[in-house]
Design a protein around this ligand. Structure first.
Ligand SMILES: Cc1cc2nc3c(=O)[nH]c(=O)nc-3n(C[C@H](O)[C@H](O)[C@H](O)COP(=O)(O)O)c2cc1C
Length: 177
């Protein structure tokens, strides 16, 4: 019987890689995208992973939490976020990055049921972003005083913060819970 469910979603693939790296280290686990899930009744432990976009989890993850909010009150929960800003900082008077990225997800859940949480770095590759996201990334540079045109983003180096070791450590902690 499967006791564990890892629920995730991704836009450009990093959260999917992290979900796979975690699940490969675990037994009795099913991995599903948030929008595929019809019921969580059969699982005891729910692991929820979302990338951060504009200081928010993906909509499908928020919808999953809303849809199953009553069931989630009865479950053991672990959460992880995937993002680019691993360090906490203050930006325009707002605390962002690192543990603050986790708070956004945590605050939507029955916090007393959360037994483990982690922040993972993902991949930010400007070349593969859709038009709207390229606009946002270009604008975020002007927000920190650098003017970058959208068409110049193809020269931006790929920011790859994936960390297999950290995923294995997280999975090991999950196995011991
Ligand atoms: C338009 C856009 C907005 C983003 N907003 C944030 C953010 O608010 N905080 C952060 O730390 N990372 C942010 N990121 C970085 C993503 O969270 C990171 O690239 C993540 O790995 C994406 O996950 P995915 O590949 O699973 O979609 C943003 C990236 C894009 C393209």
């Amino acid at each position: 019987m499967t006791y564990n469910l890892l629920v995730y979603d991704t836009k450009y693939g990093s959260t999917e890689i992290i979900a796979r790296w975690i699940s490969e280290e675990m037994k009795d686990i099913e991995v599903k995208k948030a929008q595929e899930i019809k019921s969580i009744k059969d699982y005891q432990f729910i692991i929820i992973g979302s990338p951060n976009y504009d200081d928010e989890p993906l909509k499908s993850i928020s919808q999953f939490i809303e849809k199953f909010k009553e069931d989630l009150k009865e479950k053991k929960i672990a959460i992880f976020v995937v993002c680019n800003d691993l360090e906490e900082m203050e930006y325009k008077g707002k605390k962002v990055g690192g543990k603050y990225n986790l708070e956004i997800l945590r605050n939507r859940l029955p916090t007393e049921n959360i037994v483990l949480e982690e922040v993972f770095g993902g991949v930010l590759n400007a070349k593969i972003l859709d038009d709207e996201d390229q606009d946002k990334v270009a604008k975020s540079f002007s927000g920190i005083g650098r003017v970058i045109k959208k068409e110049d983003l193809i020269f931006m180096p790929i920011m790859n913060k994936l960390d297999l070791g950290k995923c294995k450590e997280f999975a090991e902690k999950l196995n011991n819970l």
